[in-house]
Design a protein around this ligand. Structure first.
Ligand SMILES: NC(=O)c1ccc[n+]([C@@H]2O[C@H](COP(=O)([O-])OP(=O)(O)OC[C@H]3O[C@@H](n4cnc5c(N)ncnc54)[C@H](OP(=O)(O)O)[C@@H]3O)[C@@H](O)[C@H]2O)c1
Length: 380
């Protein structure tokens, strides 16, 4: 296993971190973790050098923290940095922060966590928790030794990320990053900014939730022609590990075989090691994915703002991902669960203000109808 310094602190964490969000389950019920298998996987990872385990209040409907607590019995707790996250969307008053932390310590059956994150910050959540004096909570939690290092995870636009990074003396942050999300959310720019301020940067969704592990034929052919005997997973990890600013890469592994493969891959990755040739392969792959898009939107945003609140580029991006990653169900889930209702395609009233502004000349009104027809569960 390779190790990297944790930001401004003088200890190291393993390049592979264990993300306890996609543990093996019994049947189809996300809350029913296959405990024996999951514990075996976590302990295998730790026995092979992983020293960072990441969980959160809502994972597996609240059961991931219990499971991680069990996996860390028998001497494993002392071998890892344990990370969990405050469910800030449930916090209504200042005291709630600590109430959730105490509940989490109980679930995990530990007296402290090493890394404590404010979970999935966005602009609105950030404003809310600042008004509830979140910094005072964090300082008290550290002073009471319930928490050692404080950070946040993030899902919103880059300017919000920059603002949060610059607003507090954080120990670390956690961002979504992979070779398809170079400019999405915090992106590479956010990674470099956070690292320049001394934050350790923990990476989530390195395989875009698994989409980069099983790539379309067109992409696989490019990897095959590269002359490298690397799996799509290894290409993804290599691209990330190449950044010296990346501290640890969380992988949400769901089988022991995945743990074994990822441990093995992460034992040979160095920063600044990708060659120009290898970068070219990644660029070809990025173009191949782009070519699978069915709506020719470049995401320039000239069509915005829509007077009715439709996020036109995001609607098209979610739709395109169904084809790029051959995952229509995944795009439907994002559209119906994670995408705010007020920004969805069906809010279009066909005023036509957007169409003359589109540099690609896209028939936006018709395309929005198609997006909603094919993605909305209400049309199923
Ligand atoms: N703070 C937040 O807001 C937030 C959000 C997302 C994630 N996270 C954290 O970050 C962690 C990592 O994110 P993620 O789980 O989305 O990571 P990811 O690595 O992008 O996706 C995990 C999926 O990739 C596939 N996979 C992993 N290793 C593989 C291998 N060797 N071969 C083939 N497939 C492989 C598996 O898919 P299958 O199961 O389909 O086989 C697995 O479920 C999470 O577990 C969680 O701890 C945090």
């Amino acid at each position: 296993m390779k190790y990297r310094k944790f930001g401004k602190h003088d200890f190291e964490v393993s390049l592979l971190g264990f993300g306890a969000m996609r543990l093996p389950i019994i049947g189809k019920d996300e809350s029913k973790i296959d405990e024996d298998k999951a514990i075996e996987m976590i302990r295998y990872a730790i026995d092979h050098g992983v020293n960072y385990v990441d969980t959160a209040y809502p994972y597996h409907h609240g059961n991931s923290e219990y499971l991680v607590g069990k996996a860390l019995k028998d001497g494993y707790r002392e071998k890892v940095k344990l990370a969990t996250k405050n469910p800030v969307w449930l916090v209504e008053k200042h005291e709630d922060f600590e109430r959730y932390l105490d509940e989490q310590l109980k679930k995990l059956d530990v007296d402290h966590v090493d890394m404590y994150l404010l979970h999935a910050l966005s602009k609105d959540r950030w404003e809310k928790i600042k008004s509830l004096n979140v910094f005072k909570f964090l300082e008290n939690a550290v002073a009471k030794r319930k928490v050692k290092y404080v950070g946040f995870s993030f899902h919103d636009e880059r300017p919000v990320f920059m603002d949060i990074v610059d607003s507090y003396d954080w120990d670390f942050c956690q961002i979504q990053l992979n070779y398809r999300d170079v400019n999405y959310q915090a992106g590479v720019e956010g990674l470099k900014h956070a690292a320049s301020k001394g934050l350790a940067v923990v990476i989530m969704e390195p395989l875009k939730g698994g989409k980069l592990a099983r790539v379309p034929r067109k992409v696989q052919e490019i990897f095959n022609a590269s002359g490298k005997n690397w799996s799509p997973v290894e290409w993804s990890f290599r691209w990330l590990a190449n950044f010296p600013e990346v501290t640890t890469i969380l992988s949400g592994m769901s089988t022991l075989e995945q743990v074994k493969e990822n441990v093995e891959i992460m034992s040979r990755l160095e920063p600044n090691s990708l060659t120009d040739e290898e970068f070219k392969v990644i660029e070809q792959v990025q173009r191949a994915f782009d070519s699978l898009a069915v709506i020719d939107c470049t995401g320039c945003g000239y069509c915005m703002p829509c007077p009715n609140g439709v996020d036109i580029p995001r609607n098209f991006a979610i739709y395109n991902e169904a084809f790029m990653y051959e995952d229509l169900e995944g795009s439907r889930r994002v559209y119906n669960i994670f995408f705010p209702e007020e920004n969805r395609a069906n809010k279009c009233v066909q005023c036509g203000e957007c169409e003359p502004k589109c540099p690609q000349g896209l028939p936006i009104i018709e395309l929005l109808k198609r997006v909603d027809k094919e993605l909305s569960w209400q049309n199923a």
